[in-house]
Design a protein around this ligand. Sequence first.
Ligand code: PLP
Length: 376
Amino acid sequence: MKTAPTTIQLNDFKTQWRDIRQDAIAAFERVGESGWMILGSEVKSFEAALARMWGLARAVGCANGLDAIEIALRVLGITPGAKVLTTPLSAFASTLAIVRAGGIPLFADVDESGIVDLNRCETVFREHADVRFFVPVHLYGHAIDLEHLSRLRATFDLSIVEDCAQAIGATSAGRPVGCVGQIAATSFYPTKNLGCMGDGGALLTDDDALADKAQTLRDYGQSAKYEHTQLGLNSRLDEVQAALMRDALLPRLAKQTQRRQHVATRYLAEIDNRALRLPTIPSGSTSVWHLFAFRVRNDRDAFQAHLRERGIQSGVHYPILIPAQRAMNDVPGARSLDALAQARDFCATEVSLPMHPYLSDTDITRVIDACNAWRP
Ligand SMILES: *Cc1c(COP(=O)(O)O)cnc(C)c1O
C-alpha cells in the first residue's frame, strides 16, 4: 500500500528544531545559569554579532519588528501629523508603526516586483515638499534599488527607515539593504529568515546618537535607572531570544539563505507554465527569498486548491491592500496618491509557494511538478 506523501509546508519549525536543538538548549541553559533575563550580556553580544554580520555600526534589540520601525521613526524626530510615504503592499505592521509614531501614511503604487515604485516616489517627493519621511519595504526578500534610494535621500533630504523584516542579507548592487536609510528595522518573528522562538526585532544604524536614543526609547525612555527623559515603550529583547539567535540561528543564516536561493533557482528554472507569472526581481538585487511570490493569471483559488490536493501548502501575500484595511478608517489623512493598479493586481493574483531552508530536493520537485501540471 502506498502511503500518502507528507504535506509540504510553507514553513517547517519541527525540522528546524531538530536541526538547532543542541545549540538552542545550550543557549537556554546559559541564560538560566546567568540569573539575568532582560537586557544583559546576551542581548549585547547578539546585537554586536548582528551589527557585524550586517556591516552596520550598531544594532538595538527590540520586542518586535513593529516596535523597531516605530522607535526608528521617533528617533528620527517624526512629529505628530508628519506625512510618511510607504507601500500599500506589505505586512500591516509597516503602516501601523507609522501611525503609532504619530505619522500619516501616504501610499504609492508598487512596481512589477511588488516593491514600492521608486520612480513614482520620486514624483511624489518632487511635488509634495511636506513629505520627507519614507518607509520603503524590501518585500519578499528582494532588495529595492539602493542606488536610486540613495539619490532620493540626497536630493530630497529624506528621513528613511528601511523595513528589512523580509530581506535580512539581501543586497542591491553589492550593498546590503538597510545601509541607505538612516535606520534599518527588522523582525525576528519565527517565519522570518532570521526568526527566534517567539517575538523579537531590532533596528540598525551607523549613527551612534540615533542608536543611543533608540536604547532609551525601548526601555521606558530611561536614560539612566529610574530617570525618564522621554515617553518610551516597553520594547526590550529578552536574554533567552538573544542567546538563541546568537548561538543557534544567526550562525546558520548564511547557509540557510543559500538554500533558499537554491530553491528559488530551481523554481525559476523548472516551473514552466504560461498561466503562472514568475517573480520579477529589481535589477541589481540579490534576493534572500523570504517568500517565493508570483502571480497566477486567473483563478487563484482553483490553483491553490490544485496544490492542496497534492499536499502542498501555499499562501497569499497579501490579500488586502493596507489602505483598504478597515482599521485604516480610523486614520485621518491617510490616503493613496494614485490608483495603486499594480498593488491591486498583486492582491488579486499573488500566490506564495513553500519556501524555507528545510525543503528537500524531492519536495522542490513535487512543487514544480504540481505547478507544471496546473491547467486553468
Ligand atoms: C513581519 C514584518 C513586520 C513586523 O514584524 P513583527 O515582528 O511581526 O512586529 C514589519 N514589516 C514587514 C515587511 C514584515 O514582514
